[in-house]
Design a protein around this ligand. Structure first.
Ligand code: C5P
Length: 232
C-alpha cells in the first residue's frame, strides 16, 4: 500500500456515515472507523463499508492482557480490515500476541500499528499520572522501537515525528499521522498541526484527516485537495 489519505469517519451512526460516503461517486477513500462508530453500530458497519469497496483502518486501540488481545485481534482479522491498532504501552508480549491473533490461517493479516503516547498526554500528565520521568519525545521513540521489535508495521504519530521514527525504525516502518489541517482551516482541539503538503515533505506514509474533510462544505473537494497536496 502506498501513500494515502485516510478519512476519519467520526460520525455517531451508520446513517450519517453513509450519507457522507455517498457523496464520493468517483473515488473510494480509505476510511478510519473509531470507537464511537464501532461501539454504536458494531461489526456490521465494518462489513458494510468494506462491501462498498473502501479500505478500512479500524482504530480501536486495544490494550489488555496478551491472551485477550490475541483473541480480540483474531475476531478483527475476520472482518477483513486493512489496518488495526493497539497501545504500545501494553508491552512487547501483548504486541506479539496481537500479531499472532491477527494472522489468518493462510498467513495473511491486516497491518498492525501502535499508539505510542496519545497526543492528549503531555509531559506533565506523563510524569504525574503515569510516573514516567523521561522526556516525552524519547518515550515516543522508545515505544516505537518496542513496536518495531515486536514485529509491528508502524505507529500512529505526529507528522513532526515521522522523520525520527523512520530514522530509528527504518524507512519501511509506517507512520500514520493525524493532526492535519489546511493552511487556511481551523485547528479545533488539535495542538500541533501540519498541512498535507508538509506531512508529505516530512515523510508521513498515511495522513488521517477528519474535520477538514467531514466538516467541509464540499467534502469531496476537500478530500481531493488533501490527496493532491499529499500524494501527487
Ligand atoms: O478531525 P481531526 O482531523 O482532528 O481527526 C483526527 C482523527 O485522528 C480523530 O479520529 C482522532 O481521534 C484521531 N487521532 C488523533 N491523534 C492521535 C490519534 C488519533 O487525532 N494521536
Amino acid at each position: 500500500m502506498g501513500k494515502d489519505v485516510i478519512i476519519a469517519c467520526d460520525f455517531a451512526g451508520a446513517r450519517e456515515t453513509f450519507a457522507f460516503l455517498d457523496r464520493f461517486t468517483e473515488e473510494k477513500p480509505f476510511v478510519k472507523i473509531g470507537m464511537e462508530l464501532f461501539y454504536a453500530e458494531g461489526p456490521e458497519i465494518v462489513r458494510q463499508i468494506k462491501a462498498r469497496g473502501h479500505k478500512i483502518f479500524l482504530d480501536l486501540k486495544l490494550h489488555d492482557i496478551p491472551n485477550t488481545v490475541k483473541k480480540a485481534m483474531a475476531v478483527l482479522s475476520g472482518l477483513d480490515v486493512d489496518i488495526c491498532n493497539l497501545h504500545a504501552a501494553g508491552t512487547g508480549a501483548m504486541m506479539r500476541a496481537a500479531l499472532e491473533g491477527l494472522t489468518r490461517p493462510d498467513g495473511t493479516r491486516p497491518l498492525l500499528i501502535a499508539v505510542t503516547q496519545l497526543t492528549s498526554t503531555d509531559q506533565e500528565a506523563m510524569e504525574q499520572d503515569l510516573w514516567i520521568r523521561e522526556p516525552i519525545d524519547q518515550v515516543v521513540m522508545h515505544y516505537a522501537e518496542n513496536a518495531k521489535n515486536a514485529g509491528l508495521d508502524g505507529v500512529v504519530c505526529s507528522p513532526l515525528e515521522a522523520e525520527k521514527v523512520h530514522a530509528r525504525c527504518g524507512a519501511g516502518f509506517l507512520t500514520v499521522t493525524p493532526g492535519i489541517r489546511f493552511a487556511d482551516s481551523a485547528a479545533g482541539d488539535q495542538k500541533r498541526v501540519t498541512t498535507p503538503a508538509r506531512a508529505k515533505e516530512l515523510g508521513s506514509d498515511y495522513i488521517v484527516v477528519g474535520r477538514p474533510i467531514t466538516g467541509a462544505p464540499d467534502p469531496v473537494a476537500a478530500y481531493r485537495r488533501c490527496a493532491a497536496e499529499f500524494i501527487d
